[in-house]
Design a protein around this ligand. Structure first.
Ligand code: PLP
Length: 388
């Protein structure tokens, strides 16, 4: 049975062109980019080219890009770096209640170090009200961090409006754009951000490489001390193959993003419509249109999301209940709780995320399997029986 992969928000397969571009940097151009001989200098030059590509994709300058080990490190660097660099000005951070764990846990860490954090609520679609950001600002606020699009429900946040508020108040504005870079247009000046996190493995690049955009003039405290790499902002020998792969993935995104956004939006809406029409007592989570092109997230009443995923897996369909980071925990999703769903409904959540190799026949196949699986599970469900 051919596998149908519908968990592109968790990670994407590395594109064959990306793998091809990376290979010489493992075996031939393997020199340390800090060395002066040619195989090191060649690697250094290629890193420079990849940096320009990543910068161009988000409307930044190449010197504003710092490569990291992924989105988590970029989020940690942005929040801790900005919070500690501005400690003399204040100790208040504003974020949302639906951020990825990489931001949430970093905020919790900072709370333990004397910072206070406001977690803004969201509406039923997962949208943050920019007015709430304005009202939460105090004379002690030094950092605002709001994600560009949510990894579970796909809602795209009104960042440009929040960026304007942050700019007027002179507060550093960070966004976790791990789910949007390479998928929808991202421009650091249009969004008004000072710091922006990215991760290559969400856009057909390799795992273990990401970047933080740091607007020129933004002071951050570094937490990787050692050599002078990345203009002394992040020590450690560069992950040359990873960086080259990231650059190649960005090239592909530049070529394909516009068409791919249209194609995935069509498939996404077909899948949502099919689920809603064929399965009773189902709810779409997230905003119907301000939403990532490949994201479908639904709550299916009277069944457990985990049971649906396991049954889909038996039919070679890969799906998840929420974010990859929480899929092994039985804690209900903080994102779905934040949009106001009761815990029993949260447990019936299913996330299907589409990508480059998702074909229309696959969507049709899922629409054939899912109603049957749900009907089977509901027939055995104590949750449904207790409702009758
Ligand atoms: N932020 C968001 C919104 C994500 O979806 C993810 C990955 O799931 C991360 C951060 C973490 O990125 P990485 O896996 O590169 O550390």
């Amino acid at each position: 049975m051919r596998r149908i992969y519908l968990d592109y928000a968790a990670t994407t397969p590395t594109h064959p062109d990306v793998v091809k571009a990376m290979l010489p940097y493992f075996t031939e151009v393997f020199g340390n980019p800090s060395t002066i001989y040619s195989c090191g200098q060649e690697a250094k030059g290629a890193i420079g080219e990849a940096r320009v590509k990543v910068a161009d994709l988000i409307g930044a300058r190449d010197e504003e890009i710092v490569f990291t080990s992924g989105g988590t490190e970029a989020d940690n660097f942005a929040l801790k770096g900005a919070a500690f660099a501005n400690e003399n000005k204040g100790n208040h951070i504003i974020t949302s209640s639906i951020e990825h764990h990489a931001v949430m846990e970093t905020c919790k860490f900072l709370e333990g170090r004397g910072f206070s954090v406001t977690y803004l609520p969201v509406d039923a679609y997962g949208l943050i009200d920019p007015d709430d950001v304005r009202k939460a600002i105090t004379d002690k606020t030094t950092v605002i961090s709001v994600m560009h699009a949510n990894n579970e429900i796909g809602t795209i946040e009104p960042l440009a409006e929040i960026g304007k508020i942050a700019r007027e108040a002179g507060i550093h504005f960070h966004t976790d754009a791990v789910q949007t870079v390479g998928h929808i247009p991202v421009d650091v000046n249009d969004l008004g951000v000072d710091l922006l996190s990215m991760s290559a493995h969400k856009l057909y690049g390799p795992k273990g490489i990401g970047a933080l955009y740091i607007r020129k003039g933004t002071r951050l405290v570094s937490f990787m001390h050692g050599g002078e790499q990345e203009r002394r902002r992040r020590a450690s020998t560069e992950n040359t193959p990873g960086i080259i792969g990231f650059g190649q993935a960005v090239d592909l995104a530049q070529q394909e993003m516009v068409e791919e956004e249209k194609r995935l939006t069509y498939l996404r809406d077909k899948l949502i419509k099919g689920i809603m029409e064929q399965i009773e007592n189902t709810r779409l989570n997230g905003h119907p249109s301000k939403r990532l092109p490949g994201n479908v997230n639904v709550c299916i009443d009277f069944v457990e999301g985990e049971s649906i995923c396991l049954n889909l897996d038996l039919e070679s369909i890969c799906a998840s209940t929420g974010s990859a980071c929480s899929s092994t925990s039985l804690e209900p999703s903080h994102v779905l709780l934040a949009i106001g769903l009761p815990p029993e409904q949260v447990h019936g959540s299913l996330r299907l995320t589409l990508g480059k190799w998702t074909a229309e026949e696959e969507i049709e196949q899922v629409l054939g399997s899912l109603p049957r699986i749900v009907a089977k599970l509901r027939a055995m469900s104590p949750l449904l029986k207790s409702q009758k």
